[in-house]
Ligand binder design. Structure first.
Ligand SMILES: [Zn+2]
Ligand SMILES: [Zn+2]
Length: 176
């Protein structure tokens, strides 16, 4: 096991959120926030209002920067994030998830909680020196972030769309 389940889930959620900023943007309405919540069920405060949507949209470039940072820069950005949030760390167990850390109180804004959880998850990435598992999609036209948790580090594309597009392109170039 590379990382604990809660770390993996936090990293997946952060990458998913960052990748909604790719063209076309898929975090535009409150329905889009609902879809994100369906994919990544969060406990705690959910406002379902424009301020929350704005907060999540504004969080995306910050998450992107920290996820794709070099090790030293990632440490600096994690530390900055930990200063930015109101830490209220405690161990909790809920909804079938075994003991894990909640770094901020459940009533803090959604974007702040995601930032804190991403920072906590990236602490594990830094400690394991596994930052190379987070990269930019190998598709030339895509800026999506790839989280590669595969055993043989084989994941190069951010989505099945990008994987398939490049498989087709490779096939065509072999035919020529
Ligand atoms: Zn939890
Ligand atoms: Zn891609």
């Amino acid at each position: 096991m590379l990382f604990t389940d809660d770390t993996v889930e936090a990293l997946r959620a952060a990458v998913h959120l960052v990748n909604t900023a790719e063209d076309p943007d898929t975090l535009v309405t409150e329905d889009d926030v609902a879809a994100f919540l369906e994919a990544f069920p969060y406990t705690g405060r959910i406002d379902r209002d424009p301020a929350e949507l704005t907060g999540l949209r504004a969080l995306r470039p910050q998450l992107r920067s920290v996820l794709l940072a070099s090790r030293d820069e990632m440490v600096a950005r994690i530390n900055a994030a930990l200063r930015e949030v109101t830490l209220d760390a405690r161990l909790v167990r809920h909804d079938g998830a075994d003991w894990h850390l909640h770094a901020v109180a459940d009533d803090r804004p959604f974007a702040e909680r995601i930032l804190a959880e991403t920072a906590m998850a990236l602490i594990d990435v830094v400690r394991a020196n596994e930052g190379s598992r987070i990269s930019v999609c190998a598709d030339e036209t895509c800026g999506g972030v790839v989280l590669d948790l595969s055993r043989n580090r084989s994941r190069r594309y951010c989505s099945t769309t990008c994987t398939n597009r490049n498989a087709v392109a490779a096939y065509r170039s072999r035919q020529r």
